[in-house]
Design a protein around this ligand. Structure first.
Ligand code: BTN
Length: 247
């Protein structure tokens, strides 16, 4: 697939720029990348701090699949970033926390925000997959409340790489996995996600809007990527990652 990479110095949010471009007919494989975002967006309507030194980009996809499967793209992106970081930084310390946060030594290095637009007939018009990777940030670049939980790759991984290099590595893996997914579905990606994750088998707290709603052992993910949790009384619940997160 031919990629169309568009570089910006600063945008509000690469997801927003990508969405605007997609609405105007931008092709699958269009990548919007900015050095800084003035209004970076996180999941659950949170702010995503995006100063110089981070890798902030969004990719436009137009998969011809049932929209029910689109959420899998977010998990696919998590797998791609994890594999790329491990290869480039020569480390296995990068892991995926369900559904798709990337952690390094327990701290967050990457977040992913996907947005989906359907056509009037219910088919997928486009998906925008936004990836934010803390590549070369200083501790002071993070807001005080995140300094204990977020970290930058060049600071923690023992090697330094330019954002451009990290971008190329991630795009290689992302589009390689995307082609596999289009051909064979999520069954081909799920085992890789499982081999990279740090959630299954562990005790988790499930929260909705910062309120803890369930606690137990994370048993497995289902075919859609939803998390199956079993509490101390043996009650199982399935959580869809569109709505909740774990602590
Ligand atoms: C999260 O909350 O973990 C998701 C964060 C996603 C941030 C990325 S940075 C590039 C793209 N543009 C945005 O505004 N958000 C995503």
């Amino acid at each position: 697939m031919k990629l169309h990479i568009k570089y910006y110095n600063v945008v509000e949010s690469t997801n927003l720029t990508a969405t605007d471009a997609a609405k105007c007919g931008a092709k699958e494989g269009t990548v919007i990348i900015a050095k800084r975002q003035s209004d970076g967006r996180g999941r659950m309507c949170r702010v995503w701090t995006s100063p110089l030194g981070g890798l902030w980009f969004s990719t436009i996809l137009r998969p011809v699949v049932d929209p029910a499967y689109a959420a899998q793209l977010t998990m696919l992106a998590g797998v791609a970033v994890c594999i790329a970081v491990r290869r480039l930084y020569h480390t296995e310390k990068a892991v995926i926390k369900w559904p798709n946060d990337l952690l390094f030594s327990g701290k967050k290095i990457c977040g992913i925000l996907s947005e989906l637009q359907l056509n009037e007939n219910g088919s997928i018009d486009y998906a925008v997959i936004g990836i934010g990777l803390n590549v070369d940030l200083n501790v002071k670049d993070f807001p005080p409340e995140l300094r204990n939980t977020a970290v930058s790759l060049n600071f923690i991984a023992g090697e330094k790489h330019a954002c451009e290099e990290v971008l190329n590595a991630v795009l290689d893996d992302f589009f390689r996995l995307y082609k596999i997914w289009l051909k064979s579905g999520f069954d081909a990606i799920m085992p890789i996600w499982k081999s990279l994750n740090c959630t299954l088998g562990n005790r988790v707290k499930v929260s909705d809007n910062d309120e803890i709603i369930f606690q137990g052992i994370a048993l497995d993910i289902d075919g859609q990527g939803a998390l199956i949790v079993c509490d101390d009384n043996g009650m199982k619940k399935v959580f869809d990652f569109g709505e909740i997160s774990i602590r």
